[in-house]
Design a binder for this molecule. Structure first.
Ligand code: HEM
Length: 145
């Protein structure tokens, strides 16, 4: 009886640890989710720096440079979606993904120039375009986005 109980307890523990491992793999951070999350938090800090009566221009500029760096790094990565399809389709998807990120970089360079010129109203329009790029990019390259 004691042997049966021991076997049952061990099996339960092994099943538990296997399920935990699967759950962890599901939420696993990839280099791309890491650089995108970095981009996201810098965008949030950037918007915060522009809020209020006196926008903090220097803080905003340093956040834009950090966003540009995050996108630069993201271009070297491959979306998970491209790994789960036929190689040729995956290659085409990755090329399209990288070209879309080039457009994001162009927008970030325009935004940098607008902040240097202290044209905060036009900067608002640029931020809206960036958010539209985020939605379009995620709809296109993330499964069930
Ligand atoms: C304002 C612009 C953007 C922001 C703030 C942003 C933010 C994020 C965040 C926070 C994640 C992580 C999601 C998670 O871990 O659940 C993510 C993932 C991702 N983003 Fe973006 N993103 C932006 C634009 C783009 C654009 C333009 C593209 C494509 C051209 C793109 C492609 C992706 C992909 C493919 C992933 C999933 C990573 C994977 O496949 O492993 N994102 N993004």
């Amino acid at each position: 009886m004691r042997i049966i109980s021991t076997v049952l307890i061990c099996s339960a523990l092994m099943l538990g640890s296997t399920l935990t491992t699967y759950a962890q793999n599901d939420d696993e951070e990839t280099p791309l989710t890491e650089s995108m999350s970095d981009f996201n938090s810098n965008l949030r800090s950037f918007r915060k720096a522009l809020k209020g009566e006196a926008p903090d221009k220097e803080a905003a500029l340093s956040k834009i440079i950090a966003m540009q760096a995050a996108i630069q790094i993201s271009k070297l990565e491959t979306p998970e979606m491209a790994k789960g399809v036929e190689p040729e389709e995956g290659r085409a998807l990755t090329i399209s993904y990288r070209k879309d990120l080039i457009e994001t970089q162009k927008e970030l360079l325009s935004l940098e120039a607008l902040i240097l010129d202290e044209d905060f109203k036009a900067a608002d329009g640029s931020i809206r375009r960036l958010l539209a790029m985020k939605k379009a990019g995620h709809d296109k390259y993330i499964e069930d986005a």
